[in-house]
Design a protein around this ligand. Structure first.
Ligand SMILES: [Mg+2]
Length: 373
């Protein structure tokens, strides 16, 4: 790590990325994405980070506007005043800002990428990752009917994805699971409820016990840890927590209470890569596997997630699909593409390892602001 602060400028950009098709969960439909891109410049090097915040405050409290507000008015002034020398120092500094994980992560990830490039190392090596190839799965939104779902899942299997995750909601849960496991016996399947159930309506998961699932993701309230422990006791299928884990503290509580058997780590949700690695390490010591979730990232956030998912306790395929899963055109080059067998290959070049396509960003740009010390 470097021993002085060398960042000369930070550029915030918002781009509007059209999705190939809208993505529907139990709570909302995403028509397009507007990632907040952070470019950190110094010594002729650009480090990139992405605030992969959803358009609506339905996943957590954040939106693109709140991410911009927190970055502009709090995170960047702190960054240039305190001049942290390393990404973990920056992560520690940004803990003064409560919550707002997507905003804090966007800046911290850019510092990790910048630091890796300054050292001439791939980001995954700097994070402690050991492998250059990672298994990945695909996340399928709620479809209009079961026939459409079966067709989509069939196509993703043909493309080679190693596991399928479907979004579920009350009334759209047992039937799709049954249909998928009948059509594709032995399918590595998991479901994600995005906190759409209560303890009472979660009785459906006892029925679902007859179907072996890789995991049931976030069935109950997004801030709950206790009720998930009650539900997990009744289920043979493992519960995985997503929304409930905003930092290492919630991971410690969830493991102590046996609220889940698996944790989904998203750098944006937990305020960056430093906290992601801390949660990974803690889970590894407690034999709780983790995997890397996704927020329909552009190639910048996607490449960052790929680097994180090389750490050894990422034991399930991540929601890190190839660029063409969601987008006609990505903003990195080359496109992130799936290899036969359903894996992604980590590049050997420094930082996130993909080139950012500035021309494409210019074409999609809705806002640009520059900040200097
Ligand atoms: Mg989830």
């Amino acid at each position: 790590m470097s021993d002085s602060f060398q960042i000369e400028e930070v550029v915030l950009r918002v781009v509007k990325l059209p999705l190939k098709e809208p993505f529907t969960t139990s709570l909302w439909t995403t028509p397009h994405k507007t990632p907040i891109l952070v470019e950190m410049r110094g010594q002729g090097i650009s480090g990139w980070g992405e605030g992969a915040v959803p358009l609506f405050p339905f996943y957590n409290h954040e939106t693109p506007q709140t991410v911009l507000h927190i970055l502009r008015d709090f995170a960047l002034p702190l960054f240039f005043k305190e001049k942290p020398k390393t990404p973990p120092e920056l992560a520690q500094l940004l803990k003064r800002i409560q919550r707002n994980g997507f905003a804090r992560a966007a800046l911290e990830m850019a510092y990790w990428d910048w630091t890796a490039k300054a050292q001439g190392k791939p980001l995954y090596q700097l994070l402690g990752g050991a492998r250059q190839e990672i298994p990945v799965g695909v996340s399928v939104g709620i479809q209009k009917d079961t026939a459409t779902l079966l067709k989509k899942v069939g196509e993703f299997r043909e493309q080679g994805y190693q596991r399928i995750k479907i979004k579920i909601a009350p009334g759209k849960d047992l039937e799709p699971v049954k249909a998928l496991l009948t059509e594709f016996p032995g399918l590595p399947l998991m479901v994600d409820a995005n906190s759409a159930y209560t303890l009472k309506s979660a009785a459906i998961f006892r029925e679902m016990n007859q179907y072996p699932l890789l995991m049931i993701e976030q069935p109950l309230h997004e801030t709950d840890i206790y009720e998930h422990s009650l539900l997990q006791k009744e289920l043979s299928n493992p519960i995985c927590l997503d929304e409930s884990i905003e930092s290492l503290r919630e991971a410690e509580a969830a493991i102590a209470l046996r609220s889940c058997k698996i944790i989904n780590i998203k750098p944006g949700r937990v305020a960056g890569l430093t906290e992601s690695v801390a949660i990974h390490d803690y889970c590894q010591r407690h034999d709780i596997p983790v995997w890397c979730g996704g927020m329909l990232e552009s190639g910048i956030g996607r490449a960052t997630n790929m680097a994180l998912a090389t750490l050894p306790n990422f034991r399930y395929p991540g929601d890190i699909s190839e660029s063409s899963r969601y987008y006609h055109e990505d903003i990195v080059e080359p496109d992130i593409t799936l290899r036969p067998g359903g894996t992604l290959q980590l590049p050997s070049s420094p930082g996130i390892g993909f080139e950012v396509n500035m021309k494409r960003i210019e074409g999609l740009k809705q806002l640009e602001e520059r900040f200097r010390p």
